[in-house]
Design a protein around this ligand. Structure first.
Ligand code: FES
Length: 117
C-alpha cells in the first residue's frame, strides 16, 4: 500500500470531493464535515462514475411497516447512473449486502491529504 497526495487540506472544503487518478485507478476522496473518506470511483453495478454522485441519506421501512423513514443523511453516496447507494465509510451497498465498493484509508499530515492505495 502506497501513500498518494490528494492535495492541501484547505482546498477540500467540507461537503466537497476530489476524484484523483492513482496508478490508473480513479479514487474519490470526500470531506464530510470533519471526516474524510475515500472510495473507488467505479460503481460495482455497471461501472458508473460513482464518486460524482450525490451525497445523501436513504429511506427504510419504519417500525410500523407501512411508513418510510429517512435515515443516514450525509452518510451515503448515490451513483449518478442508476441510483444505487453505498455507505461512504464502508463502501457497503445499502440495498444489497453482497455488493461493496473498495474503500481506502485517508491520512492527514503536514497540512496535506493523502490516500493509501
Ligand atoms: S452504474 Fe452505478 S448504479 Fe448502475
Amino acid at each position: 500500500m502506497k501513500r498518494h497526495l490528494v492535495g492541501p487540506v484547505e482546498e477540500l472544503l467540507p461537503g466537497n470531493r476530489s476524484v484523483i487518478d492513482v496508478e490508473g485507478r480513479k479514487v474519490g476522496v470526500f470531506r464530510i464535515e470533519s471526516r474524510y473518506y475515500a472510495l473507488s470511483n467505479v460503481c460495482p453495478h455497471a461501472g458508473g462514475p460513482l464518486c460524482f454522485g450525490d451525497i445523501t441519506g436513504t429511506t427504510v421501512v419504519g417500525e410500523e411497516h407501512y411508513d418510510l423513514e429517512w435515515v443516514d443523511s450525509g452518510k451515503i453516496l448515490r451513483c449518478p447512473w442508476h441510483a444505487w447507494e453505498f455507505y461512504l465509510a464502508t463502501g457497503q451497498s445499502v440495498g444489497d449486502s453482497r455488493m461493496k465498493v473498495p474503500t481506502y484509508n485517508v491520512v492527514l499530515e503536514d497540512g496535506n491529504i493523502y490516500v493509501e492505495v
